[in-house]
Design a protein around this ligand. Structure first.
Ligand SMILES: *Cc1c(COP(=O)(O)O)cnc(C)c1O
Length: 403
């Protein structure tokens, strides 16, 4: 029998790891599909998929095989060399969104760093302006590097890290007058999520999307869309922006791209991509042969198994199912919102007890912004698992909602 327990891991972590995480009271031993098992053999239904990362489910057989096969052929040689895997991936990825060029990196924050650097360099070296400022929106989340923390603009992520890098301005989400006021000849771009994830699953409206696109055109600003979380079929299309009929100048993605291996990508139009020349930007690991082979397989599976359409249909069903729960228990659920399988259940009260009770019952999900239960399940999750969760949610809400 294994001597590892949740408590032994807790103790060791306290001694050996930087204290950067408030962890869930679960130690995961192994997983398959939308199931996880802990060290005591308890089974969980995973509604979070590693925060929108293992979008095809845990230990997907074809992904495991691709990793094994590519690992025997070539894992890494560095970006000093031409690599067929990276180019094959770029072709496939660009075709999903009609962008001209891709740059591969290791994470969402790095994809956004690349986008910020490209936006500045395009203005400064192609357009010959001095523009450098990026405007972001309240409630956004763009990452944890210094620049992306500055872009994110939330005090809790910046605390103790002063001074912040310059060149980021934040305006209230939805406030066109504030945006108008924030723009100056220094402005290079606006950067945003089409559905705010960390900020509480807040989808863009068509009206706001139209206004922002028109505004960027009028002012000569680049439109950067961060789909690190929302991208890759989760919202019902390859990319969330495709629901709104607009075309960003730069798109970033990461989380689900290699189903759990660290992989990010930035895509740009051919026009904007002129901002980079050989030596402008680089990374050691980004787009390595193993990572690229796996990401290509992920894209092929999403397409072959029509997972975007599945996410849309199942997501709509799930959101309606959770709204039914809310109707049965008036005063507990303020709103169920989202797009596809990116779902927020916004409670009328702080949700920590409900969240803990759901974890105790074997459901893995996230609580964000105090009141919002966030679901980002694998795109392959069974409807029956969501139904099981809906029944548990009803019982837990009945028990734990303030009377
Ligand atoms: C998670 C996330 C990031 C940061 O990605 P990392 O891989 O953790 O650096 C950036 N933007 C959005 C919208 C995210 O959800």
């Amino acid at each position: 029998m294994s001597s590892i327990t949740l408590q032994s891991l807790k103790n060791d972590e306290e001694q050996y790891l930087c204290k950067t995480y408030g962890r869930y009271p679960v130690a995961v031993k192994h997983g398959k599909g939308s199931r996880l098992w802990d060290f005591e053999g308890r089974e969980y239904i995973d509604l979070l998929a590693g925060i929108a990362v293992t979008n095809l489910g845990h230990c997907h057989e074809e992904i495991a095989n691709t990793i094994a096969e590519q690992a025997q052929k070539l894992i890494h040689v560095s970006n000093l060399f031409y690599q067929e895997e990276q180019i094959a991936l770029a072709k496939k990825l660009l075709a999903t969104a009609h962008f001209g060029k891709a740059f591969f990196c290791n994470s969402g924050a790095e994809a956004n760093e690349g986008a910020i650097k490209l936006a500045r360099r395009y203005h400064q070296r192609v357009k010959n302006t001095n523009a450098f400022e990026i405007i972001t929106f309240s409630g956004c989340f763009h990452g944890r590097t210094l620049a992306t923390v500055a872009a994110t603009g939330q005090a809790k992520f910046q605390d103790g890290f002063a001074p912040m890098p310059q060149g980021f301005i934040q305006v209230p989400w939805g406030d066109m007058a504030a945006l108008e006021k924030a723009v100056s000849p220094n402005t290079a771009a606006i950067m945003m999520e089409m559905v705010q994830g960390e900020g509480g699953i807040r989808p863009m409206t068509q009206e706001y999307a139209d206004k922002l696109a028109a505004f960027c055109k009028e002012k000569g600003l680049l439109f950067i869309v961060d789909e690190v979380q929302a991208g890759l079929a989760r919202t019902g299309k390859w990319w969330a922006f495709q629901h709104f009929g607009l075309q960003p100048d730069i798109l970033t993605t990461a989380k689900g791209l290699a189903n759990g291996l660290p992989m990010g990508a930035m895509m740009a139009t051919n026009e904007v991509a002129q901002g980079f020349v050989a030596g402008s930007h680089a990374t050691t690991f980004g787009g390595g042969a193993l990572l690229s082979a796996v990401a290509l397989k992920v894209l092929e599976i999403i397409e072959r198994d029509k997972l975007a359409a599945r996410a849309e249909e199942l997501g709509n069903w799930a959101m309606n199912r959770f709204r039914e729960v809310g109707k049965k228990l008036p005063g507990t659920i303020k709103e169920v919102r989202g797009m596809g399988l990116m779902i927020g259940i916004d409670l009328t009260f702080p949700g920590k007890e409900v969240w803990e009770a759901l974890i105790q019952r074997g459901f893995i999900l996230n609580l964000t912004q105090d009141t919002i239960l966030r679901l980002l399940p694998a795109l392959t999750i069974d409807k029956a698992d969501i139904e099981t969760f809906a029944l548990a949610l009803e019982e837990v809400l009945a028990q734990h909602a303030p009377k």
